[in-house]
Ligand binder design. Sequence first.
Ligand SMILES: *Cc1c(COP(=O)(O)O)cnc(C)c1O
Length: 379
Amino acid sequence: MYKSIVNYIKSIYIQTEGFIPLHEPRFRGNEKKYLNECIDSTFVSSVGKFVDLFEQKIAEFTGAKYAVAAVNGTAALHIALQLAGVKQDDEVITQPLTFIATANAITYTGAKPVFIDVDKDTMGLSPEKLRAFLEEKTTNKSGETYNKLTNKKISAVVPMHTFGHPAKIEEIKQICDEYNIALIEDAAESLGSFYKDKHTGTFGLIGTLSFNGNKTITTGGGGMIITDNEKLAKLAKHLTTQAKVPHKWNYEHDYIGYNYRLTNLAAALGVSQMEQLSAIIKSKRELAIKYKAFFTNTDIKFFEEPTDSQSNYWLNAVLLKNREERDKFLQYTNENGVMTRPIWELMNRLPMFKDCQVENIENSEWLTDRVVNIPSSVV
Ligand SMILES: *Cc1c(COP(=O)(O)O)cnc(C)c1O
């Protein structure tokens, strides 16, 4: 049966000779033109028209009032957490089933992650599990939420929209509001994904995006902070540009800032990629429909977008029967010219996060044994 899957995927990517990668970028628009323009202008670094234009295009597309470009998605998330007021020795709730960057960015602030389970139908943070944890294991101290076990303040919740499939973000937002905890959405994988017609990353206080080489669109490396809060947007720009006080020649700084601004060169790619975003999403959704139809006739389950959602289908995912079948599938496909990859190892199983608090994470454990990504580049 695995042979027919490999053949099917090869038939989709007819133009690809040899090994079929999991996700490769496509540069079919004005990339070279804008890059040349950028080089000719000499504005190749963090000042230039493409950075501003890229920010505008992201704000327009997502419906966020403000967008601030960053050097990558991890840096964007680091800044977002700082802006939300996450401090040394706080705790931040996130899911154990995510890419390492989510947990790393939390750690950069000096806070510690607490891992709460995901839902099986979204692979994103479970509102039920989040509520149960907050009800049973936390206490309210002058309007703020503290972990009863550690006596630490819980200052943010960071759900992640896995592979572009929106989490139940409205419910999560409701719970965060009730407990007065900042909601920061890691929307690195979900540019072009909507929950009830609202773009992912725009539900909470701040959302962050990534334009790494394997993401839906790419700037080589890049990220974005999106928010409706003007004050936070201004501070985001300030912090990502070394917190330099604006002046024609003086070098004065008023915070510990970061060299986190996206370069104009990278943004030139981004502007061109944004011009193609609608076509990219359309193609990715068409591919998902094809995969869905194909896998209906197999005993492998294709992971479909959750209800109330429109997914960008960044990385298509299938569910194998168990870990053993998963490993057989991975081995066969990778040995036969089709790149596939298991979902991430759970964060709480990694050495750096072994001592973090973990609640009952049976869904995450179930998914990490079974989920495999299959080739998802734009055809
Ligand atoms: C890609 C990604 C990021 C950010 O990645 P960068 O490579 O730093 O742009 C963050 N979180 C998740 C879940 C991601 O997939």
